[in-house]
Design a protein around this ligand. Structure first.
Ligand code: KIV
Length: 278
């Protein structure tokens, strides 16, 4: 049985911390799922850490669905959340609903995530009304990076902090089951967490959130174009991969790979017959 939104909401009530990680492919999703992580986000960070785009803006529905399907095949227990890409929920409520449904019906996800607060509340409400669980995302919302002026901390002034609180309340009222708080002061994230009944999942938002999310490539040290302040590297896969690739290259060049162990053989008499003919 997969993790449900009610279980996630109950975790807040019981004071149990909620762990969420991104994944973009079958094998990684399988490992994350087997580790018992309850929430897997197929983030549009896909664009940067997997597809090599400079931002999340070029990511398309087609790309998101392709990777969501792979993650769903790998994760058997976790709730898989599909991240709605830029401009797939902005034009109209109908458009937002149609694209959200694509994640569930075609992608096989159990929930969707979208960025924004008060401005997307009507869309969240309609999507939830149609039976699709929605996770909100406020604070630093990378799809609005040009409007926000880059990847800066959000909510430091009274006005900005008030707006974030109101955004969180609007999402809660619209029926979101949880909200990602990205790059906001820890004190503000803790206050928002106290003021709403649904779980907050922080990334660069301090210890006072109900849960935490990280981009898997950041914690594994497999994406090193830049390392955000909010990321902690638990290992450095780039070093491990580089060492393995170099060793393989050296062995191929020196003739020590492959050995008999990685090779297949045929009957000597068939070989002799073949040699006699050609
Ligand atoms: O796209 C993503 O990975 C995200 C997380 C940073 C929450 O939105």
């Amino acid at each position: 049985m997969r993790v449900t939104i009610n279980q996630i909401k109950e975790m807040k009530q019981k004071g149990e911390k909620i762990t969420m990680l991104t994944a973009y492919d079958y094998s990684t999703a399988k490992i994350v799922d087997e580790a018992g992580i309850p929430l897997i986000l197929v983030g549009d960070s896909l664009g940067m850490v997997v597809l090599g785009y400079e931002s999340t803006i070029p990511v398309t529905m087609e790309e998101m669905l392709h990777h969501t399907k792979a993650v769903v095949r790998g994760a058997k227990q976790a709730m898989v959340i599909g991240d709605m890409p830029f401009m797939t929920y902005h034009i109209s409520v109908d458009d937002a609903l149609y694209n959200a449904a694509q994640f569930i019906q075609d992608g096989g996800a159990q929930a969707i995530k979208l960025e924004g607060g008060v401005t997307v509340a009507e869309k969240v409400s309609r999507i939830v009304e149609c039976g699709i669980p929605v996770m909100g995302h406020i604070g630093l919302t990378p799809q609005s990076m040009y409007q926000l002026g880059g990847f800066k901390v959000r909510g430091k002034t009274l006005e900005a902090a008030t707006k974030l609180l109101e955004d969180a309340q609007a999402l809660e009222q619209a029926g979101a089951f949880a909200i990602v708080l990205e790059t906001v002061p820890a004190q503000l994230a803790a206050l928002i967490t106290q003021r709403i009944s649904i779980p907050t999942i922080g990334i660069g938002a301090g210890i006072g959130c109900d849960g935490q999310v990280q981009i898997i490539n950041d914690i594994l040290g497999s994406f090193t174009d830049f390392i955000p302040k909010h990321a902690k590297q638990y290992t450095r896969l780039t070093d491990i991969i580089r060492a393995a690739v170099t060793e393989y290259d050296n062995e191929v060049k020196s003739g020590s790979f492959p050995t008999d162990q990685q090779s297949f053989s045929m009957d000597e008499s068939i070989l002799a017959e073949l040699k006699a003919k050609y």
